[in-house]
Write a protein that binds this ligand. Sequence first.
Ligand code: C2E
Ligand code: CA
Ligand code: CA
Length: 698
Amino acid sequence: MAGHRQRMKKRLKRLKIGKNHPVLSVFVFMILFTLTACIAAMFVGTFVLFQVDSRLSSEVQTVYLLSRFYDECEDTEKGYELLDSSNMDYIVTDGNGNIIRSRGSDTRSDRTGLYYGTFDISDSDTLHSVYLYEDSEKPVIRPHDDDNIQIDVPGYAQELAQGLKNLKETDEPHDDADDDTQDYKLFKLPVWTGIDARNKGEIIYYKCMVTAEMSDVAFIITLFAAICILLTMIIVILIANLIRGAANQRKMRNLLFTDLVLGSHNKLWYFIRGDVMLTGLGSARKNYAAVDLEFVGYKRFCVCHSSEDGENALKSIYSVLSSKIGKKELCCHSSEDSFALLLEYKDEEELKHRIEKLISSITHVKEDHKIAFHGGAFLMPSIPGSGRFSRRMDADIETAYNNASAAAASLADRDGSGYTFFDDKFIEEQRWEDTVSDIQQQALENEEFVVYYQPKYDPRTNELRGAEALIRWQSPQYGFVTPYKFIPIFEKNGFITEIDHYMISHVARDQKRWLDEGQKCVPVSVNVSRAHFIESDLAEQIRDMVDKYGAPHELIEIELTESAFFDDKKAMINTIRRLKEYGFAVSMDDFGSGYSSLNSLKDMPLDVLKLDAGFFRGEEATTERGEIVVSEAIKLAKSLDMRTVAEGVEAKEQVDFLAHLGCDMIQGYYYAKPMPADDYRERLITGRSQGGDIADAV
Ligand code: C2E
Ligand code: CA
Ligand code: CA
């Protein structure tokens, strides 16, 4: 069963119609997107940091320069003035952090939390430490408690004057341009920078504005935009591909799962959906039945009507069946003349009732024609003890449907509607069928098939008037096999025509031999199958076979079963005529066993009517109505100038009754069972029967 699932998966893979995985595609896409976004963010972040860093260090450089000016300023007041003229917020503290002088509010924050770090900036001789704090509105002031070591950088007073002047100059136009340029300022980051002005034992905290302008971030924006465009393109292409893929898959699925004749679902669809249904959640708790419904004689229907009529009938059948099944059940056109269903059922009785109803609902889809259906069902009952969500993992929809078809096919020899359930008996029958098919040719060549003869007697005189040749199989492997066990198989696989030839040849050979031995012979009838009668030169084949052994034609009679008369009537009449021309008698076998063949009787130039054994079996044999039918059939045959043979007669009263009606011959256990050729030869010699002396043969 697991093999079946593998097979199904492989098949789907081959057809490239596995499940589309949009979730997986989206997942992969998300990963790609996140990765790309991270890389872009890292890149942009690094760039921004670099920008900020470079801005900050240039600000720090300015402050450092300022501190040096301050440092070098011999007159402190002059230094303060210079600071004031710098236009920036500042705080001057002593080494203990006490504010000596300030401009702007002190918004330095807790340096333990928001302290950026200490930068070392070197001039030509010395390293200077710079302390950076974030500008927050927190009122906490914790000045840096460094050693308060003063540094002495000579000649800075002049530089300070010049530097502050420069600062002022650069600030003033800067302020003027502020209005024009503020549009381009993207952000301003206020940062407090502290410098040791060690000469004075003071620390200058200076509020720098780190700004980013449009031009600074133009590259970042361009890069970001490019990444966004790229990502959008990827998304669009991916979505377009997903949509196109899904549409293509839908198209392909539709094509693969649609029956080209009816436009309905086909067998592949049935197998795939059936597999999903049978193995789905909770499937183990349900009863399922795979059902096959076969249109009996679809080909004949098309010949009698037209192919178009046939297709229309199939369409109507499909639409009726589809309307009669539940939402969670399946129906498809599985082959030329068959429909596959997957039904849920409560119990076997309910299922039987349902199948009967389904068959009766489609029998009359064609007003002028009653269509017969053969149904087969394979039952998959629920698995006892299974939970609410248990799956039926051993289910195999293909095997289930094949079994249902095999069950339907077992009704092949039946002309009317009917249905049957598949059971283990079928497997054995199938095996037997395969075995027989395998060894039939060898058995024929080994002459394992033996001709038995069942005599026919005149009930009035008890004289031997004829016999029927009946086949027996003496198999070295399987023993004595009755024809009921192999003739239907030969009829199915076509080997029956070989058997018919074999029997005719052997009967002709026996007759010729007995004649040559000086024995007076009576006509022997041989069964010729319905399949054989389709051959246009059948009469000539029989003539040639009989002539090969030199037996007189009048000693051979050809038996046709009643059902054969439903086939091509014209061809049949033609063959019968030619057989009669060659001197062979032709009889209708099993008259009254199934269909009324009165119409055929009228048209067919037959010589003998064989009344079916059913007339003399069971209750009907003894009823008045039964007797009326037999007596009328004999009368009818007489009026059509046909001889009558009653088959299956076992009781003396029946013989007397038939004798009274003028029945010409009786073939039944009352006189004799079928017997080997040698025993029959004895009967030929005797010629007459006492009646009631049932022979030992079979
Ligand atoms: P059938 O042609 O209707 O043959 C008559 C069957 O009825 C024979 O069964 C015979 O043994 C049986 N029978 C005759 N009298 C009585 C009776 O009084 N009581 C009972 N219970 N049965 C009786 P058999 O020989 O087993 O053959 C069965 C069927 O197999 C035949 O039915 C025929 O359809 C087919 N068959 C047999 N031999 C051949 C053959 O050589 N060629 C073809 N094509 N079919 C054959
Ligand atoms: Ca027969
Ligand atoms: Ca018969």
